[in-house]
Design a protein around this ligand. Structure first.
Ligand code: AMP
Length: 419
């Protein structure tokens, strides 16, 4: 099947060929015809499947079929959890709409709102937004959503994880009832299904390749070591392997900062990316990583989600996630687009239960390798006692120095995922 067979306009086909795409990805082949028919779609797809073009192309096709109004009210709204994802989606939309008259813009928090307000005041056909800034600027009367015909909720599961459920409900209540809805989510929890029922109309179900199959081309290895030796082991792997582009996952923002600093000291140029970093710092880190000036990007799960870094050769789990599905997302960052990749997990004695959970989800055992000079002599109880003591100390210092977390959006948040 070709893009032409999907019935997309010549202007879009020209942009697609300029991007160098020759065949639609499976999710595109399935979703595009349904969206063009005007159906609501519930799609299970994660980053790397081509899902952005899967919704952006038919949306652009539909929007360009009718003449534009002079005021350029927002016709299509794309809501997405993170700033990076929002910026990436806009970038893609701009590329696909290069040969059309469509106007698109993006709004997200963490940066000065004035340029965003100016862009909105000029009118935009497509608006990509994160939930908080969207509600904020809407409540200021900067734009209205009365003519929205097209809604995309992207990475809906992550939006719920990040506590955006109330914001999403508020947004839904502000939209006209007659519209086409698309919901993209990597996983389908009870909450996602519940949300889907509240606003999708007879949705067509579209599934990209099975969630766990990304793991197939990834070589997965475990190195067992003491907690205190993890950083040295990571340094040894990167230096001796001459690895040039490495994405490392930590569980906490603090841990990401600390590790990036230590790697820097060991002459491995690194940057951390997480929710506490300013937008400027995040963009700079990501750009450096892409152009090779930053060798290691240390990220938390939520920050890394949706980052478009193609063909990453190495992913390291400095700490394992306590949710097995997050492991699958993480290692899905390597071996994309058919290339092979390496996913390495540095596992301390207190993380064995996570290994078991991951193995159960994958239905296979992970290969364990020993690195010369690194033994695992930690005693589980000692490690757990030390963790409990650290946690108590941390809580005490927070009580003594309450600064508020700056979290917004309310809703239920899982502490382990608040990153
Ligand atoms: P996404 O899942 O939307 O984040 O897309 C992942 C990557 O695949 C992006 O870099 C896209 O530019 C690229 N891509 C999307 N569709 C295609 C296609 N049909 N052929 C080749 N690459 C594509």
């Amino acid at each position: 099947m070709s893009f032409k067979d999907l019935g997309l306009s010549d202007a879009l086909l020209k942009a697609i060929s300029k991007k160098g795409y020759t065949t639609p990805s499976p999710i595109q082949a399935k979703a595009i015809p349904k969206i063009l028919e005007g159906k609501d779609v519930l799609a299970s797809a994660q980053t790397g499947t081509g899902k952005t073009a899967g919704f952006a192309l038919p949306m652009l096709h539909i929007i360009t079929q009718k003449p534009f109004q002079r005021q350029r009210p927002v016709k299509a709204l794309i809501v997405t959890p993170t700033r990076e994802l929002a910026a990436q989606i806009l970038k893609e939309i701009k590329e696909y709409s290069e040969f059309t008259d469509v106007r698109s813009t993006v709004i997200f928090g963490g940066v000065n709102a004035n340029p965003q307000i100016r862009a909105l005041r000029q009118g935009t056909d497509i608006l990509v937004a994160t939930p908080g800034r969207l509600l904020d600027l809407h409540s200021q009367g900067v734009f209205n959503m009365k003519q929205v015909e097209f809604l995309v909720l992207d990475e809906a599961d992550r939006m719920l994880d990040m506590g955006f459920v109330r914001d999403i409900k508020k947004i839904l209540a502000l939209l006209p009832s007659k519209r086409q809805n698309l919901l993209f989510s990597a996983t389908f929890s009870k909450d996602i299904k519940k949300l889907a029922q509240t606003f999708l109309n007879n949705p067509v179900l579209v599934e990209a390749e099975r969630q766990n199959s990304t793991a197939e081309k990834v070589k997965q290895t475990i190195y067992r070591t003491n907690k205190a030796d993890k950083t040295d082991l990571v340094i040894k792997l990167i230096s001796e392997g001459n690895w040039e582009q490495v994405l490392i996952f930590t569980r906490t923002k603090h841990g990401a900062n600390r590790l990036a600093e230590k790697l820097d000291k060991a002459d491995i140029k690194s940057a951390a990316i997480h929710g506490n970093k300013s937008q400027g710092a995040r963009t700079k880190a990501l750009a450096g990583f892409k152009d090779g000036t930053v060798r290691v990007l240390v990220a938390t799960d939520i920050a890394a989600r949706g980052l478009d870094i193609p063909l990453l050769p190495h992913v390291i789990n400095y700490e394992l996630p306590n949710i097995p599905e997050d492991y699958v997302h993480r290692i899905g960052r390597t071996a994309r687009a058919g290339a092979s990749g390496d996913a390495i997990s540095i596992v301390s004695v207190d993380e064995f239960e996570y290994v078991r959970g991951i193995e159960k989800l994958l239905g296979e055992k992970l290969e364990s390798v020993k690195m010369e000079g690194f033994d695992q002599t930690d005693n589980l109880q000692d490690v757990l006692d030390k963790q409990a003591a650290n946690k108590a100390q941390h809580q005490q210092s927070r009580r003594n120095n309450p600064r508020g977390g700056g979290n917004r959006g309310g809703g239920s948040r899982n502490n382990n995922r608040r990153n």
